[in-house]
Every structure is written in structure tokens, then in C-alpha cells.
Write a protein that binds this ligand. Structure first.
Ligand code: UD1
Ligand code: MG
Length: 417
């Protein structure tokens, strides 16, 4: 059932502090553009309307949008209040709660937002602000409170005086509004601040002066509040998200010896009882089966699918390859575009020469094959069932090794039995 809720995602900003050619909201966190996490969050809330405000490089960012999410373009980036104004038309005659999310705050959990929405609804608030109390409030807007300790405004860091800068209670940026009251008052915001921007956060003082109901909900896990404005914050977000991903896999029955040194992308999948040694990088669209042993220092790239009971040992790079069960690849090497059967043994230093300068070619290694140390397989090529390559063999392209045969040398030739 759709809720009486609309969501606006603000993602038009330039992200100047990133110093990047890539729009800020497209920077990846654990292999996924940060805005995708926010879009997921909005979708998970089952809002009746989701409007995303784009601006800077909007053509690029648009490619990320799924059906059902409205896009509006903020023509001039005049600040967060102006961005909210730009979304007005797309909201039509919607009446109810309006949640504002920021495209650079991606660690928020659905339950946290649901708590904020519930508080907003149950207390009949006009503005419910998600707040956090942090040791280092630098960069965030500070929550101002009156002598009764009621929230009476938000002061942006750039405009804060020394006293206000000491305040540790911050605005996470996430606020749930009464939609009609917000749009009725938005015009009162002025750009009379250091940045000469229309700050959405100024609405809180305006609401306060009108006697509207404002309150805050404090975050329990302050990590969720992290807003990404710089490369430092991007790396912090990556670390926190990585930890969540690793914890999820451990809960699913995967052993990770040192989570702080294990890098699993957002969309990778790993089976039970698989053991992951440190300094392993597992990228998107990688699937690992059950009871495998991976690493240390393994780099599993896009499109690699590994079946059950496979060993991928030290210093291996594997990309777009399929490896069937019980195959052992225990020592360093490179396997690209390979199709490897069951119970094969790939010796130390095996290399698929998959790129001929123009295109990537496939190497097929069939069940039970034994690839000797330092074998180079120039693709396209096939190594037959239970075939053997001797150490140092260079198997030239299209010189397929028949089932059960042994080859040796440079270039590799079939050995007489
Ligand atoms: C904002 C808040 C600050 C809060 C912090 C939390 C304001 C004025 N300040 O500051 O109180 O503590 O987030 O992380 O809101 N955007 C637009 N159009 C614009 C300007 C910005 O869509 O014209 C978007 C950006 O793409 C971004 C979001 O709004 O996703 C917030 O903008 P940003 O510049 O990151 O604001 P902060 O300085 O982080
Ligand atoms: Mg920000």
C-alpha cells in the first residue's frame, strides 16, 4: 500500500569539494553510485511520489533513474530551498508528509527514516528533523534551541559564530515537512548568507516564528548521518558500507578472517562456509559458491562465477570467468574470459592471454585438465578433458589440446605417450 508520503531527493549540486569531473552523486561507494542507495531508500518507503531534483550534469545522472521516479531539473543551483521549490510542480496536488532526502547522504537505514516519519505523524508535526550529536560537527548545520530547549533554527557552518560553532547537535539534512505549510513559506527564505544561497534550513526559523510544530529525532548511530562532500568523507562512507556488507555475509555463514582488509562490492554474492582470507577484492557481479577458499590477495573482477568447493589462492586476478566445482587455482596467475571445468588443477603462474589487441577471446579448460606451472594459453583456445600442459608451455591460439593429451614446449606440441 502506498503511504500518504512524498519524497524529494536533492541531487542537483555541483559537489565542488569533491574536485571531480564526475557528478558527486555518481561517485561509487562499494562499487555503486551513492545516489542509487538513496533511490533504494526512497523506493523502500513506498511513497506515493518520489521526485529527484537534478541539475549539474543532469544528463549523466539521469541514466541511473528507474521508471516511476520523477525527475525535475533545477536550472540554476541557487541552494537547497530553490531545489525544493523546483520540485513543486512534479508533486502536483499531493497533500501530506513531504520527506526531503539529500543525494549525498547514503548510509541512512530505512528503519531510521520510518521512525522519523512515525514521530512526525504521531505528534502532528510541521517539521520533524533528523538530528545527531557528534564530536566533530564541522561542515554540518547546527541545531539552534531557545531557552525552553525547543528547536528554533538551523545555522549553517559558514554563517555560525564562535558560540554556535561549538554546538555539537547537527542537522543531518533529513527533514519531514507538512507539504502545504512548507511551500506556503518557502518564498520567505532569503539568500542573505555567506554563500548567497537559498538555504532550506532557514525554513526552521520561519516555522518557529509562525508557531508551527517543530521537533527533532536523534539518530542513535551517527554513522548514518555522514554527508559526502569530500573525498575523505567518500572513503569514510566506503568503509562503513563495506563493514555492513561484510557483516551481512558473515551472518549468512561466510567466514571473513579480517573484515577491515576485505573488500566486497555491493552486488557480489557468496555461499555458506566459504572462507575469505585478507586483502581480497571482490567486485560487482561476482558470484562465489559454497565451501570455497579465496585469497589472500585475490582480485575477483566483474562477471566471475565460481562454483562450490573451489580454491582460489594467492595473488590471482580473475575476470569474466566461470570456474566449476572442486577446481584448484592455488597460486598467482591471471584468468580472463576463461571457462574452467570441474576438478581442474591450474598451476602457479598460469596465464590466459585473452586480449589480442582488438578483442577479448575465450579460453576453455575442460574437466580434470592439469595446467602446468607458467603455462600461457593464447585465446581462443581449448584444453581438453584431463589434458596436461607441461610447465612453461605456450599453447598458441586455436591449437586446441585434445582430451587426454599432454603438450609441452614453446609453442606447445603434443607429446607421444
Ligand atoms: C546540507 C545542509 C546542512 C546539513 C548537511 C548534512 C543546507 C543549506 N545545509 O549542507 O544543514 O548539516 O547538508 O549533510 O541544506 N543541492 C541541490 N541544489 C542546490 C544545492 C544543493 O540539489 O542548489 C543538493 C546537493 O546535490 C546535495 C544536497 O542538496 O545532495 C545538499 O547540498 P550540499 O551542498 O551537500 O549541502 P551541505 O553543505 O552538505
Ligand atoms: Mg552535503
Amino acid at each position: 500500500m502506498k503511504n500518504n508520503l512524498a519524497v524529494i531527493i536533492l541531487a542537483a549540486g555541483r559537489g565542488e569539494r569533491m574536485k571531480s569531473a564526475l557528478p558527486k552523486v555518481l561517485h561509487p561507494v562499494c562499487g555503486r553510485p551513492m545516489l542509487s542507495y538513496v533511490l533504494d531508500l526512497a523506493r523502500g518507503l513506498k511513497a506515493s511520489k518520489v521526485v529527484t531534483v537534478l541539475g549539474h550534469q543532469h544528463q549523466e545522472v539521469k541514466k541511473l533513474m528507474a521508471a516511476g521516479i520523477k525527475i525535475v531539473v533545477q536550472k540554476r543551483l541557487l541552494g537547497t530551498a530553490d531545489a525544493v521549490k523546483a520540485a513543486r510542480g512534479a508533486l502536483g496536488n499531493f497533500k501530506g508528509a513531504l520527506l526531503v532526502l539529500y543525494g549525498d547522504i547514503l548510509l541512512l537505514k530505512k528503519e531510521t527514516i520510518q521512525g522519523l516519519l512515525k514521530y512526525h505523524r504521531e505528534n502532528n508535526l510541521d517539521a520533524a528533523i533528523l538530528t545527531a550529536t557528534v564530536e566533530k560537527p564541522q561542515g554540518y548545520g547546527r541545531i539552534l534551541r531557545d531557552e525552553y530547549s525547543s528547536i528554533c533554527g538551523i545555522r549553517e557552518e559558514k554563517d555560525a559564530d564562535d558560540y554556535e560553532k561549538e554546538l555539537k547537535e547537527i542537522n543531518t539534512g533529513i527533514i519531514c515537512f507538512n507539504k502545504e505549510k512548507l511551500y506556503a513559506a518557502l518564498g520567505e527564505i532569503k539568500a542573505d548568507n555567506r554563500k548567497k544561497e537559498y538555504y532550506l534550513t532557514d525554513i526552521i526559523r520561519i516555522f518557529y516564528e509562525k508557531g508551527y510544530a517543530i521537533d527533532g529525532v536523534a539518530l542513535s548511530d551517527i554513522n548514518e548521518a555522514l554527508g559526502i562532500n569530500s573525498r575523505q568523507e567518500l572513503s569514510q562512507a566506503d568503509r562503513i558500507m563495506r563493514q555492513r556488507i561484510n557483516e551481512k555475509w558473515m551472518q549468512e555463514g561466510v567466514s571473513i578472517i579480517e573484515p577491515a582488509a576485505t573488500f566486497i562490492s555491493y552486488s557480489a554474492k557468496i555461499g555458506r562456509d566459504t572462507l575469505i582470507y585478507p586483502f581480497t577484492v571482490i567486485e560487482n557481479n561476482v558470484k562465489i559458491g559454497k565451501s570455497c577458499s579465496i585469497g589472500p590477495f585475490a582480485h575477483l573482477r566483474e562477471g566471475t562465477v565460481i562454483a562450490d568447493n573451489v580454491v582460489v589462492g594467492n595473488f590471482l586476478e580473475i575476470v569474466r570467468s566461470r570456474i566449476s566445482s572442486k577446481t584448484l587455482i592455488k597460486h598467482f596467475g591471471y584468468l580472463g574470459d576463461a571457462r574452467i571445468g570441474r576438478q581442474a588443477n591450474i598451476g602457479a603462474g598460469a596465464v590466459t592471454a585473452n586480449f589480442d589487441g582488438r578483442q577479448k577471446n575465450i579460453t576453455v579448460i575442460k574437466d580434470g585438465a592439469f595446467i602446468g606451472s607458467d603455462t600461457v594459453m593464447v585465446a581462443p583456445v581449448k584444453i581438453g578433458k584431463a589434458a596436461v600442459t607441461a610447465a612453461g608451455a605456450v599453447v598458441l591460439k586455436n591449437k586446441n589440446v585434445p582430451d587426454g593429451q599432454r603438450v609441452a614446449g614453446v609453442p606447445a606440441r603434443v607429446l607421444k605417450k
